[in-house]
Design a protein around this ligand. Structure first.
Ligand code: HAM
Length: 419
């Protein structure tokens, strides 16, 4: 295999036919988050490995099997971020962002890395648009986070997307629940898949979101976490439902939403769709009240989400909802002769200074080939500058759609016309 011309498995090249959609989406997402008061944070692509083992959790699939970890030349263990929350929280603690007042609302776009089996919607390099809200334990914060995601899908006119919510309680309610759940799963041990058998002791709740048919059957009869919530967690979940209704957001309660990362407490949620195949979770998130202190910061309660950009784009294209125009050439300034070419460059620069997208001949093509090129790049207007135009100062602007022509003697007139 020729590795020189083959990209690593699970990665993508985003070509110009697609990249303008990314640009649109990225701008849109930040803008939408900003309407709710979120400002962008950028953190490194790699962090110390320990950050992820401590936050995402030793023993989770992500940490155990999927991280891109290596020793750098200083023999430090480094990991390419598998998700955006841990780095954001690390940056909050390191920079003391909480001292600027709470709550803090942060948004980010992070390229992430997980060594997973690639398939449609699942890549080894992928991009997450995420929000993290730090410093509020109120369910209205959870509702606002969910509302931002919901507003994103609504504004993009996405149909066939469902919000599923659950509460996985706090340490105290989980203690009692784990006892009951483990006892139940032990009694069905023989039908559990090998992965779930391994999870039984340390992460029994993960059995509930296993995709193995026999584990799904067993989990149907499992005790329900919502019956084990302590009073505070129960009130928190009840209030969340009320706030979601205030936002007029529809949701389904699904006690099997447990999430695969260790830091969650109380609210967990996912937006899922059936339109893009097996990897139908477009957005996942929830509350994580213990994480900031776990990595050495103060007790700060947080909630957030991550949207997979690749999955969102798949969903948009499956529903043909992406009405975004690619930037195209406004004016092609063709030329004949050396003096014409220099004048063409001068005119093109003036137009660009006025924010028009303009191309000139940079391949020394003949005039016919130049016009063919102008057609190929869908130029809206064209002109040709030769000796006559240089000496008379009169420029003919051609509308490439209807072929009509208009003459201008000064560039200001041309600019006014194009504007
Ligand atoms: P997550 O559910 O692991 O949560 O990932 C969030 C989203 O990233 C998923 O819903 C999915 O759209 C996308 N995603 C995950 N893995 C892949 C992959 N291999 N290929 C393509 N897309 C993928 C988190 O990462 C949390 N940090 C979310 C969060 C933020 N919770 C609180 N704050």
């Amino acid at each position: 295999m020729n590795l020189l011309t083959k990209r690593p498995k699970g990665t993508q090249d985003i070509l110009p036919e697609e990249s303008y959609k990314w640009r649109f989406l990225e701008n849109f997402l930040f803008k939408q988050a900003s309407l709710y008061g979120f400002d962008e944070i950028r953190t490194p692509v790699f962090e110390h490995t320990e950050l992820f083992s401590r936050s995402v959790g030793e023993g989770t699939d992500v940490v155990e099997k999927e991280m891109y970890t290596f020793n750098d030349k200083g023999n430090r263990s480094i990991t390419l971020r598998p998700e955006g929350t841990a780095g954001t929280v690390r940056a909050v603690v390191e920079n003391g962002i909480y001292n600027k007042g709470l709550p803090q609302k942060l948004s980010y776009l992070a390229n992430c890395y997980r060594y997973e089996k690639p398939q449609a919607g699942r890549y080894r390099e992928f991009n997450q648009f995420g929000l993290e809200m730090l410093g509020s334990d109120s369910s209205s914060a959870d509702a606002e986070i969910i509302a931002v995601a919901n507003s994103i899908f609504k504004k993009l006119s996405i149909e066939d997307i469902e919000l599923q919510i659950n509460s996985i309680g706090c340490k105290e309610c989980r203690e009692e629940y784990y006892k009951e759940l483990k006892a139940y799963l032990e009694s069905h041990k023989e039908s559990l898949c090998p992965t779930c058998l391994n999870r039984l002791e340390t992460r029994p709740m993960r059995v509930l979101d296993c995709k193995n048919p026999s584990c799904i059957d067993i989990s149907k009869g499992a005790p329900n976490i919502l019956d084990y919530l302590c009073e505070d967690c129960n009130n928190h979940f009840e209030m969340l439902k009320e706030y979601l209704s205030a936002y007029d957001i529809k949701y389904k309660i699904n006690p099997r939403i447990v999430r695969g990362l260790d830091y969650y407490t109380r609210t967990v949620f996912e937006f899922t769709s059936n339109s893009i195949g097996a990897q139908g979770t477009i957005c996942g998130g929830g509350r994580y009240n213990g994480l900031v202190s776990e990595i050495g910061g103060p007790e700060i309660q947080c909630v957030g989400f991550g949207i997979g950009i690749e999955r969102l784009l798949l969903l948009l294209s499956s529903q043909e909802k992406m009405e975004i125009n690619k930037d195209e050439c406004d004016v092609y300034v063709g030329s004949m002769g050396e003096a014409g070419k220099k004048k063409a460059i001068e005119i093109a620069e003036k137009l660009r200074n006025n924010s028009f997208r303009v191309e000139v001949d940079i391949s020394d093509k003949g005039i016919k080939a130049q016009m063919k090129f102008a057609n190929k790049i869908n130029a809206k207007y064209s002109m040709i500058i030769g000796d006559n135009e240089v000496s008379s100062g009169i420029i003919k602007l051609k509308n490439m759609k209807d072929g009509s022509e208009k003459e201008f003697s000064v560039i200001d007139g041309l600019l006014n016309y194009l504007n």
